[in-house]
Design a protein around this ligand. Structure first.
Ligand code: GUN
Length: 290
């Protein structure tokens, strides 16, 4: 039987409607505000940031779009973050990564007020998450767990294998899946892993977050497994108006014949990441008013 396709777009749309409804319930002076900061003109980052701002406005939130030249100094960026930390109308601060090489991302992440850190990248928020009492959950891993739950994929006792150890996806997702509310057994694979297929074949839940198109082929998937594709790879395609198409890390067509559940790219994990950002911004605004 072909895999059940987990429709991230429609699950995200339903959640965003609910978020918009909760925003409407707040008094005007508590309207959630998100500042999105982009340094430089990386095309993929520009399109992510535009999508985040649009979603924010559509949910009835205030969105502050701050785009700065690639030459912006670290000192100027830290000063801007300090200003945003002190602005009451801003409840979430997101500095789009990656940053230009002359800016230290750790210094930037440390500078954001942990109470406005809606990415949940600050070590204080990572610590809360690891200890099982999160302030904010990181957006992409939170979106993935939500998709698995919505699709009724059994988590408790399942073996989850994550391919990729980034700070944004692999590491926090591993931690979330092993918390008691998920109760999965977790393996994290990376570029140093020997015989990747021997691990992925053990997975009840396989998460591909390596950023390598076509990395996961059907022979690497246990029949009936849930396959979550986090890859967003731009493949040159001159037949398209924009000159590229998006591909995940999974060979979707072939994997669909083996997997029990699968997420498409686009329309799987991506819309959930933005939705969880809205959720965190709303929670931050509510917490600020308490
Ligand atoms: N770059 C890629 N994904 C993300 C994300 O979730 N947040 C930020 N700030 N930068 C990113």
């Amino acid at each position: 039987m072909p895999a059940h396709i987990i429709d991230g777009k429609s699950i995200a749309a339903a959640m965003r409607e609910d978020i918009a409804r909760r925003v409407q319930l707040l008094p005007e002076d508590q309207r959630p505000g998100l500042a999105v900061v982009l340094i430089g003109e990386d095309p993929a980052s520009m399109s992510y940031v535009t999508a985040k701002e649009r979603a924010c406005t559509a949910a009835g939130m205030h969105s502050e779009d701050i785009r700065l030249p690639v030459s912006t100094s670290q000192q100027d960026l830290l000063q801007l973050i300090d200003e945003l930390n002190n602005r009451d109308s801003i409840h979430g601060i997101l500095v789009q990564l990656p940053l230009p090489a002359h800016i230290d991302p750790d210094a930037v992440i440390h500078a954001i007020d942990p109470c406005k850190d809606v990415d949940a990248f600050h070590p204080e928020n990572l610590g809360h998450m690891v200890m099982g009492s999160p302030r904010f959950l990181p957006c992409t891993p939170h979106g993935i767990v939500h998709l698995l739950q919505k699709a009724d994929v059994p988590l408790a006792g399942a073996h989850a294998v994550i391919v990729g150890r980034s700070n944004i996806v692999g590491k926090p997702l591993a931690n979330m899946l092993l918390q008691r509310n998920c109760n999965a057994t977790v393996t994290v694979c990376h570029t140093g892993t020997r015989d990747l297929a021997s691990h992925t074949l053990q997975a009840d839940i396989l998460v591909a977050a390596a950023g390598r198109p076509g990395l996961i082929t059907p022979d690497m998937i246990k029949p009936g497994a849930a396959v979550i594709d986090v890859g967003v790879n731009r493949i040159t395609d001159t037949s398209r108006k924009r000159g590229y198409r998006l591909a995940g890390d999974v060979d979707f067509a072939a994997a669909s014949a083996v997997a029990g559940w699968i997420t498409p790219v686009p329309g799987g994990v991506g819309p959930m990441t933005i939705t969880m950002l809205l959720e965190n911004t709303l929670r931050s605004a509510i917490a600020a008013a308490d």
